[in-house]
Design a protein around this ligand. Structure first.
Ligand code: G3P
Ligand code: CA
Length: 365
């Protein structure tokens, strides 16, 4: 396999499938003027998306340590399971878009050509190098974000969920902070099909490390509404746990079709928050002078839920045209729309921006 550091921009991602009960919540509402004056006096949280992944390969311990040092309030872990039932921190249940698995275990792919985490032991996965995320076309691999950490250069390894919690808790102690964790159960239906109970394993680890109550510094997230309900209604009660849950949402055609306010009331009986794509909140083709803001945040807040949209990136091609740069994008979501926190690959920039806004507000008082 060749790894070519050639150009490949990182377009705004538009996920296309939505497997949710909430089939969909909102229709786009009318245009909202800029500076509409959303409440901004509540502490906003910065969630380091896959760590400080704008600076180091995603989900490496290095990226997590930098995110902690850069002032993130929470650090995200995407979680999948190995053949020997270990929970590891990796975005995909495949290995082939962030590691050199094709080079090290060339024959271990399935019929679809993919290399599945669940077919490898932890020891085998630890023998791989983690790279910047890449795409492979005609046997040539190129990084998704060309201006990030040099592609296919250094050696980083995959680590377990336990190791990451120990890093965060260890740095909390040594730096006198209380940074939280934001784990995501990835592909629960796939894991169940493969005979693994990922959610149960994740809850076992969380309980072992002291994350038990809603007041603990953790949000547990998942795209799968059936799994969120299972965690809330079955698993957590059985284990004496009551964590904050976040239902992730993705943009889809269905999303645009309905408005169903009651969906939020039902959702809020189970989830403490939602994690929508930014494009579900501000229509991506909005004019800068007349943002088209959907009712999603208003409805979620009215139902008592927090809103933490994803993903805020400063890379070329990742900032919608309606925003005049990364800080303007932050300003629109945090202080005009009024979301409660954001997932970002650049936690330092978000933390600094929020701090500067708070400074301005306290000067004005
Ligand atoms: O979990 C929030 C956000 O990370 C969802 O998107 O695909 O990056 O996990 P993804
Ligand atoms: Ca995630």
């Amino acid at each position: 396999m060749r790894y070519a550091p050639t150009m490949n921009t990182g377009p705004m991602r538009l996920k296309t499938s939505l497997a949710l009960l909430i089939v969909v919540l909102i229709s786009a509402c009318g245009a909202n003027p800029r500076n509409a004056g959303a409440a901004d006096n509540v502490q906003k949280i910065v969630i380091a998306h896959r760590g400080a992944s704008g600076y180091l390969p995603e989900h490496t311990l290095a990226a997590k340590a930098v995110a902690h040092a850069q002032g993130a309030d929470y650090i995200e872990q995407d979680l999948v399971m190995t053949r020997d039932d270990r929970v590891i921190v990796l975005h995909d249940h495949h290995l082939d878009q962030v590691t050199n698995v094709r080079d090290i275990f060339p024959d271990r792919h399935r019929e679809d050509g993919r290399f599945y985490v669940i077919d490898f032991t932890l020891e085998e996965i630890r023998s791989l190098s983690v790279f910047e995320r890449f795409e492979t076309v005609n046997e040539v691999s190129t990084p998704v974000f060309e201006d990030r950490f040099p592609f296919a250069k250094s050696h980083f390894e995959v680590h377990t969920f336990e190791e990451e919690i120990e890093l965060v808790q260890g740095m909390n102690k040594s730096m006198g902070r209380s940074v939280g964790i934001y784990p995501e159960i990835k592909s629960p239906a796939f894991h169940t099909h493969e005979g693994k109970d990922l959610s149960q394993a994740v809850l076992d680890i969380l309980k072992t490390y002291g994350y038990v109550e809603k007041s603990d510094r953790v949000y547990l997230q998942c795209f799968d509404w059936a799994e969120i309900r299972r965690i809330h209604n079955e698993l957590m009660p059985q284990m004496g746990m009551d964590l904050r849950l976040v239902q992730l949402l993705e943009l889809s055609e269905e999303f645009k079709q309905l408005r169903e306010d009651g969906a939020f009331v039902n959702l809020a009986k189970v989830a403490d928050g939602i994690g929508p794509s930014i494009h579900m909140i501000v229509e991506p083709d909005s004019p800068a002078t007349e943002l088209r803001i959907t009712k999603l945040v208003t409805l979620a807040h009215a139902a008592g839920m927090e809103v933490h949209p994803y993903t805020f990136r400063r890379d070329a091609g990742s900032i919608p045209d309606y925003a005049n740069g990364f800080e303007d994008l932050l300003d629109i979501f945090l202080y005009e729309v009024g979301v409660d926190g954001i997932f970002t690959d650049f936690p330092d920039l978000a933390a600094r921006y929020i701090e500067s806004r708070q400074g301005l507000e306290s000067q004005a008082q």
